[in-house]
Ligand binder design. Structure first.
Ligand code: PCA
Length: 201
């Protein structure tokens, strides 16, 4: 059976829970669309998360990679189109790092496109009644970092393994604790990811 590496992130900044964590916990070990789902949670740390995702790729030997991250404030599911070769944040990661525009990979291209069928993801989500839209920027925080690191690994090693990143809105549970975020039910977030997995080649 094929394997899907599905990653989420630990909580960060003033978000006491990360709904990607719950999605991964719920889906790991399940079989969908001919894929067994290998779930892993990544650190919100510029010095660790890239290495972690590469270690998981080595360990799992996946046939596809989908990384999930919280985009607090967005109200749609947003598959990301591109990762850029840049670490920058005024806000601290969980270890206090605030990089100032350094490249992620010195020899890497400026940008790497998602190799997931992002338009089909949006179409299927909308047809199932979930608001969705392609995003043209994953930012320069950890989500962009992890997306770039995985895509760069496959690009540099000439491996044709579909890989990319999907930002999701806050869950109701997070929104209640935080106070100022648009939100979805945790069940809808998880179900939306299941629809996405059904479209993997
Ligand atoms: N979202 C952050 C990092 C961790 C997460 O879940 C981001 O969008 O970069």
């Amino acid at each position: 059976m094929k394997k899907l590496l599905l990653t989420g992130f630990e909580p960060f900044l003033d978000f006491p829970i990360n709904p990607t964590n719950q999605i991964v916990e719920e889906l790991k070990g399940k079989e969908l669309n001919g894929y067994r789902i290998e779930g892993r949670i990544l650190s919100v740390d510029y010095n660790k998360s890239g290495r972690e995702v590469l270690e998981h790729i080595d360990d799992v030997e996946p046939d596809a990679v989908i990384s999930l991250g919280l985009a607090a404030g967005r109200h749609k599911i947003t598959p990301e189109r591109i990762a850029i070769n840049c670490n920058e944040s005024n806000e601290k990661d969980n270890e206090g790092n605030t990089p100032d525009g350094e490249p992620i990979q010195n020899e890497g291209p400026d940008g790497l496109f998602s190799t997931l069928p992002i338009k089909s993801f949006v179409e299927v989500l909308q047809s199932q009644g979930y608001p969705a839209e392609v995003s043209n920027s994953a930012g320069t925080y950890l989500c962009n970092h992890v997306m770039y690191q995985a895509l760069y690994h496959f690009h540099a090693n000439h491996l044709k393994i579909p890989s990319g990143f999907i930002h999701i809105p806050a869950s109701h549970e997070l929104a209640v604790q935080h106070g100022k975020l648009p939100s979805w039910s945790q069940k809808d977030l998880t179900d939306a990811v299941k629809h996405i997995v059904q479209l993997l080649p």
